[in-house]
Design a protein around this ligand. Structure first.
Ligand code: PCA
Length: 192
């Protein structure tokens, strides 16, 4: 069976929950042809990717999929691209607020995700859940994590992707029920 490492961030920006990690926890231990390993990671620049890499060293995944919250979005959105910029509007969970800095000074301007984002978005819609490819993961910790992982695994067979999810109804609108977010993640994983 192929192995997929899936991560979710902890709450940030004054929120008490992060539906990304909550939805990850709802997933079964196998999805499609994958054995899953689930990992909660901190919303901290650099440290989030370090936590993923440490677990990946042990689990040796074929695919790494990170899940984050994007407040304001009304669909489950596989990210197409990560950019080499840290530009934070709010502080991360350790008080860092980089503005206009590089993620990796030696890296290219951007990387494309190496998972099939169009197929994933279609699979989500086929499950009757709003899904769309996103062309920006922002310039906060989610983009940072995707960029650092794509940088690390560039030229290898390990695939790396990221999915942003909406708020849950308790957090305000737009929102999506947690069970539907989890179902969308499962649908996307099946086509990775
Ligand atoms: N969303 C933030 C960081 C953690 C999360 O879940 C982001 O979009 O960068």
């Amino acid at each position: 069976m192929r192995r997929l490492l899936i991560t979710g961030f902890d709450p940030f920006g004054g929120e008490t929950v992060n539906p990304a990690w909550q939805a990850v926890k709802l997933l079964p231990d196998t999805v499609g042809g994958f054995e899953l390993c689930k990992l909660g990671i901190p919303t901290v620049f650099g440290k989030a990717a370090e936590a993923v890499l440490a677990k990946a060293e042990e689990f040796q995944p074929d695919v790494i999929l990170c899940i984050g919250l994007a407040g304001g979005r009304d669909a489950v959105t596989p990210e197409r691209i990560a950019v080499n910029i840290r530009d934070a509007r709010i502080s991360d969970n350790e008080g860092n607020q980089p503005q206009g800095e590089f993620v990796a000074p030696d890296g290219p301007a951007a990387y494309f995700a190496t998972v099939p984002v169009e197929k994933m978005a279609q699979a989500i819609r086929d499950a009757h859940i709003p899904g769309a490819v996103s062309n920006t993961a922002g310039t906060f910790v989610c983009n940072d994590t995707l960029y650092l992982l794509l940088h690390h695994y560039a030229g290898t067979s390990t695939k790396v992707g990221f999915i942003h999810v909406p708020r849950i109804p308790e957090q305000g609108s737009p929102s999506l029920e947690l069970s539907r977010t989890a179902a969308a993640l499962a649908a996307a994983i099946e086509v990775c």
